[in-house]
Design a protein around this ligand. Structure first.
Ligand code: B3K
Ligand code: ZN
Length: 883
């Protein structure tokens, strides 16, 4: 396999101006004809090299003349024309492809009888020979011809120029996209679909037709997606002044899709999971995900499509920025604190571990074998969004907006780099960003340690920071980073102290602005070690550091447990209130893990129970915040903090604490369930979601007690639920404990929902994630369940992905979990390398476990790497794991 390096980037020798594509969609094969206007970047005859994969070449013409065999070279990856004519010329290529046989779901393929495409990152080369790179931007027209009864709807990017009937029961449609675009944004859809139609009136008064396409029976489930789309369009106008630029916006939902969705210009293609929702079939989490992803793909129209990436190393330019934008959108539509907590938890669960493992790489990677592997490794996307968030933290909303405006002014219609974004932010604000660019090139999560001291005589409070970026593959030594630490100081009554000035680096900086006292300030860390001294501090404060998680780092402080309980009770920054509770819980869990390993009896610190009880009873708190605050850190998070990860001990401890809390707070939990039942119809809004979240977590705690009465309660909630959020939560609460009721309820749920594949996936995932020992056998059996299909990515993510997320069973000491995954990966790789490669990443932390487990996992990785005909996708991940 060939590794591609950022340092080797070269401007293309040829650019494409216009691209006319024509598709004859057939049952056996599809014929793709392209006519491209090519012009050289500089004069002189360099060869024109086109990418191509799995294509049958039928003909090549240059300026209308067919090329003979010797006039071009063809190998398994390229079509090369060694000496094209000088100046502008036309290139015509005809290829034959087989979408029906394409199980990789990349390029043009069929999903449930309909044709659709997925080209990002490098899938366009599976459709025709092309310079498949994002800095080739061209204007496209697309003609689609197909059988009219089988494929009544024919869609592509841009505006519909014409359509009509043809002989033999066929018809055609002609589309034109007036905007230049890279080929990864090309899309085509053909099939039996119906649409929900609506109109959005833009800020300048233009009418935009909105259409969401699905099979006829699902159209009624698209109301929330349409609501989300209109909300996103309005938000982008209000917050960034960005207006939609065409008269039509299409979304198509398809059941077989490798990822969540794709931002193709004016023709977004979505995994059905992220479009279809009804109160009976989708949970609050699904509704929230739909809102976020519809927003995300829509926002790409400006951040990704109008301004795109020069090369794939710059992926974060569009993904980091667009993830940041969708996070802000969701925050504005719901609760900002709760959204931030959810995003930071995700960062901790997925990104930090990756960043500490064999796949660690900077936001802008230095090399890749298969670009697709760098979308699933969340570092890039989530860390990328954190980097964008830091610009906003440093510049404020207005400064950030100025930077965005300048970015669009400078780069609309261009393919650019992360430096270009940085420069726009800097120049628009005349800002000093120190060595901020390190965030793009250095991998690894910085570890910041802080100690504090109070000088009562001098009225000063000192914070001493040190930072260290751990070594990662290929980067043994690191430079210090520029880390903005938003901080405040609490007085003994729990109020924020007014901050007047801080001494740092030989200078006294005033914090108060225009004589208004400030209660929070940004400490700019840039060195390996440094000190900040606050003056005029008249009592020993409790510091609240890294408010709102102002930088994606690990923070270790010398705060005592009582400081943390104090922050949990009083911090004005709700994020940090939650964080204080998490730090306490992590400490507690780690110390109980040691007790467990030493065979000591487990005892829960009564102060912890007390702290959580006061959160539960604090009526000033938002319900969803309470639900988050009483959720313990995940097992993975705790294992990550251990020298040698011990899944059994961590699981035992977490279950112990849950049960202990459930029994001590039983009365509180019972009243939460009572008082938060749905009385009205399902509404997707923050207060209602918050109420359901709180009720559901209380129910889960109660059911963990395995008490008959409480199981009856959960069963009652299951039976009376009028929406999926509550029904599924009750099912999950019951499913924690094996037994007769467990089996009956699971069977009942399947019978109810067997015709709804999205609900059935929830049912698979729930069983796959079970902690019941030996669950691997159950999961194996489910592989042959009639509703299961390894070719459908959603089903794989539910069952196989779900299984790997259960530490006790995936990491079972007998190796049964590893063996299961090893077998599946090899089998899946033949069908769909992208999905197989996502699954193999579950092995990536294998060195963190004990020797027995290491050997068992390593054996599976070795077996995978030596498998015949292994894809580059899986090879890249598995070999990096072994390196
Ligand atoms: N840009 C796509 C992801 C493409 C992944 C390709 N393997 C959608 C998104 O950003 O949401
Ligand atoms: Zn994206």
């Amino acid at each position: 396999p060939k590794e591609i390096f950022l340092k080797d980037y070269k401007l293309p020798d040829y650019y494409f101006d216009s691209v006319d594509l024509s598709f004859l969609l057939g049952e056996e094969k599809t014929i793709v004809s392209s006519k491209i206007t090519v012009f050289p970047r500089v004069d002189g005859s360099s060869p024109l090299v086109l990418d191509g994969a799995d294509l049958k070449l039928l003909s090549v013409k240059v300026n209308g003349e067919e090329l003979k065999n010797g006039d071009y070279h063809l190998d398994s990856r390229h079509l090369t024309i060694p000496s094209p004519p000088s100046g502008t010329f036309t290139l015509e290529i005809v290829t034959e492809i087989y979408p029906q046989k394409n199980t990789s779901l990349e390029g043009l393929y069929k999903s449930s009888g309909n044709f659709c495409t997925q080209c990002e990152a490098e899938g366009f080369r599976k459709i025709t020979f092309y310079q498949d790179r994002p800095d080739i931007m061209a204007k496209y027209t697309v003609r689609i011809e197909a059988d009219k009864s089988l494929y009544p709807v024919l869609l592509s990017n841009g505006n519909l120029l014409g359509q009509g009937d043809l002989e033999g029961g066929k018809h055609y449609a002609l589309w034109e996209d007036p905007f230049k675009k890279p080929c990864y944004l090309f899309a085509l859809v053909a099939g039996q679909l119906e649409s929900r139609d609506d109109t959005f009136v833009t800020c300048s008064g233009r009418n935009v037709s909105l259409r969401i396409w699905t099979p006829a029976q699902d159209v009624h489930k698209t109301a929330h997606a349409m609501y989300s789309l209109k909300a996103a369009m309005k938000w982008d106008e209000d917050v960034f002044g960005l207006e939609y630029d065409l008269d039509l916006f299409n979304i198509v939902a398809v059941p077989d899709f490798n990822m969540g969705a794709m931002e193709n210009k004016s023709l977004n293609i979505f995994n059905s999971k992220l479009v279809l929702a009804s109160p009976e079939t989708a949970s609050d989490a699904d509704y929230a995900a739909i809102l976020g992803v519809i927003g995300h793909e829509y926002f790409h129209n400006w951040t990704g499509n109008r301004v795109t990436c020069r090369d794939w190393f710059q992926l974060s330019l569009k993904e980091g920025l667009t993830v940041f934008r969708d996070q802000e959108f969701s925050s504005d539509m719901g609760s900002r604190t709760v959204k931030r907590i959810a995003d930071v938890s995700r960062l901790r669960i997925s990104q930090f571990p990756q960043d500490a493992g064999p796949m660690a790489h900077p936001v802008r990677p230095h090399s890749y074998i298969k670009m697709d592997n760098f979308y699933t490794v969340i570092i890039l996307v989530y860390q990328g969004a954190e980097v964008v968030r830091m610009y906003k933290t440093l510049l404020g909303s207005q400064g950030f907006r100025k930077g965005m405006d300048l970015y669009f002014k400078r780069h609309d219609g261009q393919a650019v780099t992360c430096e270009d974004f940085f420069a726009a932010m800097r120049d628009a604000n005349d800002a000093d960003f120190a060595n901020f660019l390190q965030w793009y090139s250095q991998a690894g999560t910085p570890l910041v340690k802080v100690t504090s001291s109070y000088d009562a005589a001098a009225h000063t409070f000192t914070l001493k920071f040190s930072q260290e970026v751990p070594p990662t593959p290929g980067q043994p030594v690191k430079e210090p980073m520029f880390i903005p630490v938003v901080s405040g100081l609490l007085d003994s009554s729990g109020k924020d102290m007014p901050l007047s000035s801080v001494y740092h680096d030989g200078a006294l900086r005033s914090i108060a602005n225009n004589s208004e006292p400030a209660y929070s300030t940004i400490l700019r860390l840039t060195k390996k070690e440094e000190e900040f001294v606050f003056s005029d501090i008249h009592e020993r404060p409790v510091p609240s550091l890294l408010r709102g998680f102002s930088a994606p780092i690990r923070l270790e402080s010398d705060l005592s447990d009582s400081d943390l309980f104090f922050l949990l009770a009083h911090d004005s920054d709700d994020f940090n209130r939650w964080e204080a509770g998490q730090v306490l819980a992590r400490k507690l869990m780690l110390s109980l893990v040691v007790d467990f390993q030493q065979g000591k009896p487990l005892v829960l610190n009564p102060k912890f129970v007390q702290g959580l009880r006061s959160i539960l009873c604090d009526s000033s708190l938002e319900k969803e915040f309470i639900a988050k605050a009483i959720t313990l850190p995940g097992e993975g998070e705790i294992m990550d903090m251990m020298e040698v990860a011990d899944p059994d001990a961590v699981h035992a401890v977490r279950s112990f604490i849950r049960k202990q809390l459930a029994s001590e707070l039983k009365a509180d939990f019972l009243s939460l369930v009572e008082n938060n039942r749905s009385s009205e119809e399902y509404v997707f809004n923050h207060p209602n979601m918050a109420r359901r979240a709180l009720k559901n977590i209380a129910l889960a705690y109660l059911a963990s007690l395995e008490d008959q009465e409480l199981t009856e309660l959960a069963l009652h909630e299951y039976k009376t639920a009028t929406n999926m959020t509550e029904q599924f939560a009750a099912l999950a609460a019951i499913a924690q404990n094996p037994g007769k009721i467990h089996d009956e309820v699971l069977a009942d749920f399947y019978t109810k929902w067997q015709d709804d594949f999205l609900v059935v996936n929830k049912w698979f995932a729930l069983q796959a994630m079970s902690d019941v020992p030996g669950n691997v056998e159950n999961v194996r059996n489910l592989l042959s369940h009639p509703a299961y299909d390894l070719r459908n990515p959603n089903k794989v993510y539910s069952l196989i992905g779900g299984f790997c997320s259960s530490p006790v069973n995936f990491h079972a000491k007998d190796g049964s979990g590893y063996k299961f995954l090893g077998e599946i990966v090899v089998q899946l790789d033949k069908i769909n390398p992208q999905v197989a490669s996502r699954m193999v990443s579950a092995f990536s932390r294998w060195r963190r476990y004990d020797e027995t487990r290491q050997n068992l996992a390593k054996a599976q990785l070795e077996m995978i790497v030596s498998a015949n005909g292994l894809s580059e996708n899986v090879f890249e991940i598995a070999s990096k794991c072994l390196a």
